[in-house]
Design a protein around this ligand. Structure first.
Ligand code: NAP
Length: 103
């Protein structure tokens, strides 16, 4: 988790990249609001209470919604990704791009 001082301010709101995964789903389930948890995902997912889904391309991220904090639960494995380059694109490049937009 990171405090996100350079995002447009929205007290109590947070961003979560990778909210469809094992860790991300657990984190999202803990969200109680009242601020919005913005789920940044590559495919649709039913949003919970106080949550909003944003479908994004993690190689070309749009401007981030206003938030106070940011969580990153993105990740893959070499086996799932299929190649070192594809693994790096998720575990390094996508995570770095996302966090660079947040802090
Ligand atoms: N699970 C553990 O016990 C554990 C322990 C220590 C560290 N970690 C680390 O924590 C991170 C998350 O783990 P996890 O177990 O929650 O993984 P996971 O269940 O595989 O979830 C990975 C998340 O990343 C997203 N993702 C993967 N490839 C993507 C791509 N090419 N483009 C966009 N999104 C992509 C997935 O989206 P989709 O749902 O769309 O595929 C999902 O939201 C990983 O870096 C992992 O190494 C996990």
């Amino acid at each position: 988790m990171a405090h996100a001082p350079h995002l447009p301010r929205a007290p109590g709101a947070a961003l979560l990249a990778g909210g469809s995964g094992l860790i991300g789903r657990e984190l999202a389930a803990l969200w109680r609001g009242p601020g919005t948890l913005h789920l940044l995902l590559r495919r649709p997912l039913k949003a919970g209470r106080h949550q909003q889904v944003h479908l994004v391309d993690f190689q070309h991220l749009p401007p981030m919604p206003p938030a106070q904090d940011a969580f990153c639960c993105l990740g893959t494995t070499l086996k799932t990704a299929g190649s070192p380059a594809a693994f790096r694109a998720v575990d390094l490049d996508a995570c770095l791009l996302y966090t660079s937009r947040c802090v």
